[in-house]
Design a protein around this ligand. Structure first.
Ligand SMILES: CC(=O)N[C@H]1[C@@H](OP(=O)(O)OP(=O)(O)OC[C@H]2O[C@@H](n3ccc(=O)[nH]c3=O)[C@H](O)[C@@H]2O)O[C@H](CO)[C@@H](O)[C@@H]1O
Ligand SMILES: C=C(OP(=O)(O)O)C(=O)O
Length: 416
């Protein structure tokens, strides 16, 4: 199993380019199932989850071709509407084939998904929303079996804000008969990017990016050209890396307007953040102040940046409260950070982080995607060598991580 070996203590300097967002690419790849002609995508990052999704689509009969960051998907000949357990167990986002398959073919059989071990992660709201649109759904032997000769537009209030739930229902509603109104919808930029792509495919969607999305169903959708939005979480992770190491880093293909809550917290910590329409520059003298964090749906502080910001707090001056309100088990990094000398106590869904003057290198284990990223950040400032085991999680979400960090001057190598 691959490991990362990181020699800490080097301020990061230079510039890198941020990749297309994993969490936008995955629903957009699944949206290809709705189209009768090829969907042509660019800025699709080379990530494990992207590969898994394409393999899943190919299993259903989608013709896929991939070169560099471009992917072309032709779903004109689908021969099965089944997503088997073996193909979805590693990836939560595989649930996103459910809405498109049901809407276009009237049937879907999708295994209950896997994904990061950060909580129980039910899909009840996806199912209830499709039932509100007239689908008959049963769960049998770990599979969601859904049928509807034609989905019908409906008004559906989501009890909790769910990102993939909103995406699944928005995709399904595109081919439903009549108008669907999704209330308490997720406002994440990846939902907006999916809606932008669907609109180019011929969908009639209003309100994406607000908490009420209205979708007027159409008869059919076609392919289009679409560039996936930049990855705000990847960008945020490198911003924290620059801040913690006391460096100066320019991120190209990064949008500050998608990162307001993170930028606000970095500024509170004493970091300089400048931006233009397509880049963000972060400068830090390495002297950081502790900042309290409370995760919540967009535009509040993203749960996918909680672990990274906790890493920053481990070496900041003062005491920070980090509260996780989205997932019940998203503090898996705490124990590993403690191995590096961090002082953290967990009380329910809040971690109290007391900054220490320095962390010390040790062997740690990555447990989920962003926990892994936070350990990389801690390792970049720890004295001596840190070995991070089980880094396959990182390959789900960070394209060319070692190359990008090396380009910024970090000493990072992958060994087996
Ligand atoms: C592929 C993708 O885009 N993943 C992101 C997506 O995950 P994902 O879409 O799975 O997360 P959700 O927004 O659905 O989850 C939010 C909360 O709602 C709960 N819930 C969700 C659906 C449901 O049917 N029932 C229910 O109770 C979840 O357990 C969680 O407590 O949004 C999360 C929250 O921003 C991010 O951390 C993930 O990176
Ligand atoms: C939790 C994440 O991913 P997923 O929803 O795909 O498990 C993430 O991107 O941080």
């Amino acid at each position: 199993m691959d490991k990362l070996v990181i020699e800490g203590g080097i301020p990061l300097q230079g510039e890198i380019t941020i990749s297309g967002a994993k969490n936008a690419a995955l629903p957009i790849l699944c949206a290809a199932l709705l189209a009768e002609t090829p969907l042509k995508l660019s800025a699709v990052a080379k990530l494990k989850d992207v590969g898994t999704t394409i393999t899943l689509l190919e299993h259903m009969g989608v013709q896929a071709s991939r070169s560099e960051d471009r992917v072309v998907l032709d779903a004109s000949h689908i021969h099965t509407q089944e997503a088997p357990y073996e193909m979805v167990k590693t990836m939560r986002a595989s649930i996103l084939v459910l809405g498109p398959l049901l809407a276009r073919f009237g049937h879907a059989r999708v295994s209950l998904p896997g994904g990061c071990a950060i909580g129980s992660r039910p899909v009840d709201l996806h199912i209830k929303g499709l039932q509100a649109m007239g689908a008959e759904i049963h769960i049998e032997h770990g599979y969601i079996e859904a049928r509807a000769s034609k989905l019908k537009g409906a008004r559906y209030f989501m009890d909790m804000v769910t990102v993939t739930g909103t995406e699944n229902l928005m995709m399904a509603a595109c081919l439903a008969e009549g108008t669907t109104v999704l209330e308490n919808a997720a406002k994440e930029p990846e939902v907006v990017d999916l809606a932008d792509c669907l609109i180019k495919m011929g969908a009639r969607i209003e309100g994406a990016g607000t908490d009420i999305i209205t979708i007027h169903g159409v008869e059919r959708l076609h392919g289009c050209d679409h560039q996936v939005v930049c990855d705000r979480i990847e960008a945020g992770t490198y911003m924290v890396a620059a801040a913690m190491t006391g460096g100066c880093v320019k991120l190209n293909n990064a949008r500050a307007d998608l990162l307001d809550a993170v930028i606000e917290k970095l500024r509170d910590a004493g970091v300089t953040v400048e931006s233009d329409a397509t880049s963000i520059t972060v400068k830090s003298n390495g002297k950081l102040k502790a900042v309290n964090i409370r995760t919540a749906p967009h535009p509040a502080f993203p749960t996918d940046m909680q672990a990274q910001m906790m890493a920053l707090n481990t070496i900041a001056d003062g005491v920070a409260k980090v509260t996780e309100t989205i997932f019940e088990n998203r503090f898996m990094h705490v124990q590993e950070m403690q191995r590096l000398g961090a002082q953290i106590e967990v009380e329910g869904n809040t971690a109290i982080v007391r900054g220490v003057p320095k962390l010390e290198g040790a062997t740690v284990m990555a447990t989920d995607l962003r926990a892994s990223a936070s350990l990389v950040l801690a390792a970049l400032v720890a004295s001596g060598e840190t070995i991070i085991e089980r880094i396959y999680h990182l390959d789900r979400g960070y394209e060319n991580l070692e190359e990008k960090l090396t380009a910024l001057g970090a000493k990072v190598k992958r060994t087996s």
